[in-house]
Design a protein around this ligand. Structure first.
Ligand SMILES: [Zn+2]
Length: 337
């Protein structure tokens, strides 16, 4: 990894965990026809609306973190399979393509690489003009030095777990259409290569003057925090009142403050940051990895078997009313401090 890692073991985790940046080349303005893009097919009959389950989470996790996808390195065949899977999933659950298609080709990577982006128009004539972006990176680091013959970094926690949260939240709203503000669901590529996908998209959304209200990013939520009186922390806790508003709609102390996240400035090291830089809006990462509760970061053993799927389903089910509250409040409550 990097020289930084020599300084503090834990920094090694951080530096690897949240990729350092490579300046993104501007690829020009995103096609302005997102919202007028193709309308997706309606969900299958008989599949009820509503929250997720450990079984539904397991389905997605087992595919995204399977050996077949070979650790989903940016620009690889494995991540191409992941992209197709996410597109089909959005299609099946009533999430329309944000661009003419779901694919947003990165301008800042040497090989063809894609963010996969869908959206759901708000049901309120006024508030639908405001957008909330829910994001997570679906890429990982691919194959690495073998350990006991295993050379695939499956990236179950990093970040198939965050990807699953965005997909299951999208599924819920795709069926219920209970969101007054419009929701954009973005799965980023290139995060491990320097936040490339989110930088590319943030720049283009800014150029397209999208009326972005807030950005909610999900990263490494596969195992529960230990001995905390909250379930998730947000990075950049003091930058806005997102934690407070989130807890109001979660109806409990769901989101808390992490001294570790602050100490290592995680706010700047995940896909929320390019949107904060471009728009100056509340843009944070929700996470449950604090370097003490998961030993397989960027290792071949970051596998579904190491995760707690009940915990993940419980978290996602609590996130849904939280997102719904933020999407439906008559005025914008989430504000920068
Ligand atoms: Zn990650």
């Amino acid at each position: 990894m990097s020289a930084i890692a020599m300084k503090k073991g834990i920094i090694f985790f951080i530096a690897a965990f949240l990729a350092t940046c490579v300046p993104a080349k501007d690829a020009g303005v995103a096609p302005a026809s997102g919202p007028d893009g193709l309308k997706a097919e309606m969900p299958d009959a008989g599949e009820g609306p509503g929250p997720t389950s450990p079984a539904a989470v397991e389905d997605i996790m087992n595919y995204l973190a399977s050996d077949e996808l070979k650790g989903r390195d940016t620009g690889s065949e494995g991540i191409e399979l992941a992209a197709q899977y996410i597109e089909e999933y959005f299609q099946r659950h009533g999430i329309a393509p944000y661009y003419p298609g779901y694919r947003d080709t990165l301008s800042n990577f040497k090989k063809p690489a894609y963010n996969v982006v869908g959206w759901l128009e708000g049901n309120d004539p006024d508030l639908k003009g405001e957008y909330i972006l829910l994001g997570a990176h679906y890429d990982h680091i691919g194959t690495i030095r073998p350990l006991n013959g295993d050379y695939i970094a499956n990236g179950a926690n990093d970040n198939a777990s965050g990807t699953t949260a965005v997909m299951e939240i999208a599924k819920h709203f795709g069926r219920k259409k209970s969101n007054k503000r419009s929701l954009i669901f973005a799965l980023f590529s290139g995060e491990e290569r320097g936040l490339l996908g989110s930088k590319h998209m943030a720049k283009n959304m800014k150029a397209s003057e999208v009326n972005l209200y807030t950005m909610l990013n999900f990263e490494m939520i596969g195992v529960p925090l230990r001995s905390k009186n909250y379930d998730l922390f947000v990075t950049g806790y003091y930058k806005s009142n997102l934690a407070e508003v989130s807890n109001k709609y979660a109806g409990e102390n769901f989101i808390g403050y992490s001294a570790t996240a602050r100490e290592y400035n995680l706010f700047q090291r995940s896909d929320n940051y390019p949107f904060y830089q471009a728009f100056g809006i509340p843009s944070h990462t929700y996470c449950t990895f604090d370097f003490t509760n998961f030993a397989y970061y960027h290792k071949v053993d970051d596998e579904v078997a190491q995760l707690d799927l009940e915990h993940m389903a419980r978290l996602i089910n609590k996130m849904i009313p939280m997102v719904e509250g933020i999407a439906n409040s008559p005025v914008q409550e989430v504000k920068m401090n």
